[in-house]
Design a protein around this ligand. Structure first.
Ligand code: PLP
Length: 245
């Protein structure tokens, strides 16, 4: 039983060390524990071990899991590609959406939030790898997007999210993380939201230590805690075919 708790504390220790290498305290990096494909009973073990900050990639799966863990203090983030017709459903369980990547989605979220009288913390997803298969804005689109986003008063943009290139090549993975950091630094100076845009959600099981060294404030980790997923990564990010890290 302690297996998940042990893996979790191992990951947290590694996060702390990487944060220290980047001159920051361990609590400067938030761990979103990614629970996709993980059965609710196993997620419950992580919650029992004290970790309530959870992420799901797909609305359908997320909703069902949230429902079966409704008696816990879990808090859920949406981290996967989101269709406009799922906005209503996602707002039933998510307290944050990390994957906002187009104006039509922002508009749909804002409209629904207005009617609920609610605000939503969001991150803007950027495609730093340049892979056509990845979701997210291209780096050039970010600044105009932020300007348009300012019109949606229910959305609270806190920063940026990315997935690095699927490659074991460290320099390429770090290039993606640095690119997101540069985009963030520029937005802090020039975007209408300015200083609010601090967050950098980058780094997964295979690369979160590198991401933290490059400035990540949020890492999204699943397999390093729950073990290998039965589904291939291509199920979540259509088109990728590189080796998983
Ligand atoms: C699944 C997923 C992760 C975590 O991947 P692991 O390999 O399980 O650490 C991170 N971000 C997103 C968007 C995901 O869908």
């Amino acid at each position: 039983m302690a297996e998940i708790a042990v893996a979790l504390s191992r990951v947290q220790a590694r996060i702390g060390k990487a944060a220290a290498r980047s001159g920051r305290p361990a609590d400067a990096v938030r761990l979103v524990l990614v629970t996709k494909t993980v059965a609710a009973e196993r997620v419950r073990e992580a919650i029992a071990a004290g970790h309530v900050d959870l992420g799901e990639n797909k609305v359908q799966e997320g909703r069902a899991k949230v429902a079966s863990l409704a008696d816990t203090s879990a808090r859920w983030s949406m981290i996967g590609h989101l269709q406009r017709n799922k906005v209503k459903d996602v707002l039933r369980f998510a307290h944050e959406v990390q994957s906002v990547d187009r104006i039509s989605l922002a508009a749909a979220l804002d409209r629904r939030l207005q009617s609920l009288g609610r605000e939503l913390p969001i991150l803007i997803q950027v495609n730093t790898s340049g892979e056509a298969s990845k979701y997210g804005l291209s780096p050039d689109e970010v600044m105009p997007f932020l300007i348009e986003l300012a019109a949606f008063s229910s959305l609270r943009p806190n920063g940026f999210m990315t997935l690095a290139t699927f490659t074991p090549v460290e320099t390429e993975v770090r290039r993606c993380f640095r690119l997101l950091r540069d985009i963030r630094d520029r937005a802090l100076q020039e975007a209408p939201q300015g200083a609010a845009l601090q967050e950098l959600s980058m780094g997964m099981s295979g690369d979160y230590a590198w991401a933290i060294e490059e400035g990540a404030t949020i890492v999204r980790v699943g397999q390093a805690v729950f073990g290998k997923r039965p589904t291939s990564d291509a199920y979540y990010w259509p088109g990728i075919d590189g080796p998983a890290r």
